[in-house]
Design a protein. Structure first.
Length: 848
């Protein structure tokens, strides 16, 4: 780990001069003068806070609103970060090394205030300072609207990764889009999901710094002109027909108490000023405004789909927009003006977070050929060393393809380059596999069905130094199935990097009680070196430690009960097994399997088959957003809410079974909920969940997992041991086998009485006010389609849940297992993931 350096003084002007030239430096002696970070004292903090309140918000404390106070507090903390940020930038500039450009269309950051306080070690000081001002830090914390610039796992992973890179002092800029509207806010109306726009910036964005003066032009449409130059070589000129500008928004990414602050650079689209003016001068004011709207639409809203690409033109515009801005920014602003582009591979590695930024490959080619005047071959040799690709899915329908017709219309020059790349690539395939035209068709970057389109995963694989999956099983399936032809051609290109989560946010911040217990037991140092929690293993045998561990869980349950009461009006019963399933709603994740288990328990009790005295009192918490256009997912949400309202109001199961489905599950709620959980539901169909990262967060917070052999569950189970994990269900090869033999869900329905009774009860309209139609879509699909084999795994799931109940009855044994889950899952720190990327893919230096 790098040494802890408080970063008191910073040559701020140097950063400024780098971009503005040397004039100031010679004329103004203070230009290079040191910027002093505000003092780390309560007094110093109070002074800064009041200054921000008075001069920033323009109000005296006595007349300030909660938002004024939050804004001033956020700005105060940002001030502490700024000194460190400038110092980090200056230091990195002094000795330029290869850096990472993390390209991601999503960053699901979560609230910033607490994270920044922890990173700067200012929590206690801020708390005290607010008291001095007569304010509650906790109330101010809650005033923050979380930036939800992502859908789920993929976006949250990007946020964890940049946190780890800052903590490891790794040179990285995260590049993305500053969506004006993040992931929608979910509400329930009569049990159905209704989406409300997430206007997260409406109260002001204190964490970002805009640079409207540093605009990047991005072009679209038009045609390509070619001419033969004096040297006899053909040169291309792209003549676009419309353009927008990208505006830089910097967000600081603080490392954990190491004085390092990295940058997340998000782009906002605005209209080009000349463009507007031309139309305006021609007298068409309405069109001028309209063109403004077209441009600004590009960064307006995050697409809330996270599996089925819709092939929407605006989405391709978003992707090209942010990638073009980012590559331009790197070449023109981050690198010295005399950069020799032949040295690019020693300066940068762009990590492609899924296929969303893959259009960056032809973009870099275009710049190298058309602007830097390299030949195609030279440009290709360089480009192939500058990208690495992470695949995050196994579902074939989630793989992005773009119609050639759309590409030709929006990005004609890029389409030409993609054709050229494909030509070179397919020649290589033919050379290595002569006569195998079927293989050539399978591997081509251009697909023919159902229409001619660009297969972005193929383009990414062809152009990347490395291709990685996100868990062992996933990477294996990528090699063996999804990208089998490619791994046969380039076996050494394929690798695995198992995902991780940041222990700062998801243990230290989210679970202060557990954190204190850990620190009291093994000392400090584990927050940035999570493998150290293994030292807790021996304490699993200590009854006194186990009692303390249970106290922590109980305190977290009390805390989440208060949160859900305040936030959702939900009254959680006390002393229940807390069984939690939180993730996006997807058929493959199988929320329906969980619901069938609940209905089975309920049906057992009300029919008299199950003696209520033998039932472990259980509260099931669901959290799940459905993509707005995903009908089945929305029907499942409705069904969960329907079942919940009947069960929660049925006196026959009172004290035994309760279902909570708080709306709008997000990072903030996750931070409160996960530490309270006893049981973590990770029940996707084997071979479908690439990794999962919620599964890691639960284990690290001492929940036991009930899960299939899927994604990172496999690795969690290996680490915690079979005795401390409830495994059930078919394995991936068994799934493949059953599907090959022909899966008939009705056979399971007919032969399993409990299953039949549960399904019949739902189908009878019992949960839907007598309306049988209301559940018919879901039930019909389960019985006659069931793509994700819910019914096939039902009995195994019930059996595993019975094991859970038996295990929970022995609280000492349960605590022991829970402690071992914490102690043995340090591997899932995203610091370890980042080390793997650094050593195996990026080959960059840290801490210089
Ligand atoms: C795909 C698409 C397709 C086009 C429409 C918009 C859109 C937005 C996001 C995505 C990515 C979906 C893939 C994804 O989120 N994968 C998840 O990645 C996690 C981090 O690696 C992993 O833990 C989850 O298992 C995986 O489902």
């Amino acid at each position: 780990m790098p040494a802890v350096r408080p970063a008191e003084t910073v040559a701020v002007a140097e950063d400024y001069l780098h971009e503005r030239g040397p004039t100031l430096e010679s004329t103004h002696p203070l230009a290079l003068g040191p910027v002093t970070a505000p003092p780390h004292t309560v007094d110093g903090f109070v002074k800064e806070f009041l200054r921000e309140l008075n001069y920033g918000q323009g109000v005296p404390l006595s007349r300030s609103s909660l938002n004024d106070q939050y804004m001033a507090l956020a700005r105060t903390v940002r001030g502490y970060l700024t000194a460190r940020w400038l110092e980090t930038a200056t230091r990195r500039r002094q000795s330029p090394h290869k850096m990472v450009g993390y390209l991601s269309a999503e960053y699901l950051l979560g609230r910033q205030l607490d994270n920044a306080l922890l990173a700067t070690d200012l929590s206690a000081i801020a708390e005290e300072a607010m008291k001095v001002c007569g304010l509650e830090l906790d109330a101010l914390r809650q005033a923050e609207v979380e930036p939800g610039l992502g859908n789920g796992g993929l976006g949250r992973l990007a946020a964890c990764f940049i946190d780890s890179l800052a903590t490891m002092d790794a040179p990285c800029v995260g590049y993305g889009i500053r969506y004006e509207y993040g992931i929608f806010k979910q509400t329930f109306v009569d049990g159905r999901q209704v989406e409300v726009p997430d206007n997260w910036l409406s109260m002001g964005g204190p964490w970002e710094i805009a640079h409207p003066e540093m605009e990047v032009p991005v072009h679209f449409g038009g045609h390509v002109e070619r001419a033969t130059a004096d040297d006899g070589r053909e040169r291309c000129t792209w003549v676009p027909d419309w353009s927008v500008l990208g505006i830089r928004y910097n967000v600081m990414v603080p490392g954990y108490q190491n004085g390092v602050v990295n940058t997340l650079r998000l782009w906002r689209a605005i209209a080009t000023r000349a463009f507007d003016l031309d139309i305006f001068n021609a007298g068409d004011y309405a069109s001028a405004v309209r063109s403004q709207t077209v441009a600004e639409n590009i960064s307006k809203v995050l697409y809330p789909e996270d599996s089925t690409p819709q092939g929407k033109e605006l989405r391709l515009q978003q992707q090209y927009f942010f990638v073009a801005c980012s590559i331009f920014d790197f070449l023109k602003h981050t690198q010295p003006t005399d950069l020799d582009v032949r040295e690019l591979p020693e300066r940068i590695i762009f990590q492609l977070n899924d296929t969303h930024p893959v259009i960056g490959i032809p973009e870099l080619m275009r710049l190298l050929i058309d602007d830097y005047d390299l030949t195609f071959e030279e440009a290709w040799a360089i480009t192939k060393q500058c990208f690495a690709y992470t695949c995050h899915t196994l579902l074939p329908e989630a793989l992005e393809v773009w119609p050639v017709s759309l590409m030709e219309r929006l990005l004609p020059r890029h389409m030409e380059i993609i054709y050229q790349i494909n030509e070179v690539f397919l020649a290589e395939v033919r050379e290595q596999f002569p006569g195998d035209e079927l293989r050539v068709r399978r591997m081509s970057i251009i697909g023919d069905h159902p229409e001619r389109s660009v297969r972005m995963a193929h383009l990414a694989t062809v152009a990347s130094v490395k291709v990685n999956g996100v868990a062992e099983l996933h990477s294996q399936l990528l090699r063996d199935k999804v990208l089998a032809d490619f791994s046969e051609m380039w076996p050494e290109k394929f690798t695995n990097v198992t995902n991780g989560v940041t222990p700062r946010r998801f243990v230290r911040q989210a679970n202060p009680f557990l954190s204190k217990l850990i620190t009291d037991t093994i000392g400090v140092g584990w927050v940035a070196n999570l493998e150290r929690v293994r030292e807790l293993e021996t304490y699993a045998e200590d009854p006194e430690f186990r009692a303390k561990f249970r106290e922590v869980k109980a305190a977290n349950k009390t805390r989440i009960a208060a949160v859900l009461e305040r936030r959702d009006g939900i009254l959680l019963p006390e002393d229940h097994l807390l069984d939690v399933m939180v993730k996006r709603l997807h058929e493959y994740k199988r929320q329906m399997l969980k619901l069938l288990h609940i209905v089975t328990l309920y049906e057992g009790i009300i029919s008299g088959d199950l003696d209520p005295a033998t039932v472990t009192p259980r509260t099931v918490v669901f959290g799940a957003k459905a993509a707005p256009g995903y009908r089945m997912a929305k029907e499942i949400i409705f069904l969960i809410n329907s079942v919940a309202s009947v069960i929660n109001n049925d006196p026959r199961v009172q004290g035994k079974l309760f279902i909570a489905f708080p709306a709008n599950y997000n990072v903030t709620l996750a931070e409160r909920l996960i530490p309270a959980a006893d049981l973590s539901e990770q029940i996707s169909l084997a071979g479908k969940e690439a990794s999962g990262t919620g599964n890691m967060k639960f284990a690290l917070n001492g929940a036991l997992t009930i899960g299939t052999d899927d994604g990172a569950n496999v690795e969690i189970r290996k680490l915690v041991g079979d005795d401390n994990f409830f495994l059930f269900g078919m394995t991936e090869p068994e799934v493949a086998d059953l599907q090959a033999r022909g899966y008939r869900p009705t056979e399971y329905y007919e032969s399993n009485e409990k299953l039949r009774r549960a399904i019949n009860l739902i189908d009878s309209g019992h949960f839907t006010g007598g309306n049988r139609e209301a559940a018919s879509m879901v039930i019909g699909d389960l019985l006659y389609n069931d793509r994700f084999l819910v019914l096939a795994d039902y009995q195994a799931y019930l059996d595993a849940q019975a094991e859970v109940e038996a295990a929970y009855a022995d609280q000492e044994a349960w605590s022991r297992s829970a402690i071992l889950n914490v102690a043995r899952t340090g591997f899932f720190s995203s610091d370890r993931s980042m080390r793997d990327y650094i050593n195996r893919i990026w080959h960059i230096q840290t801490g210089f």
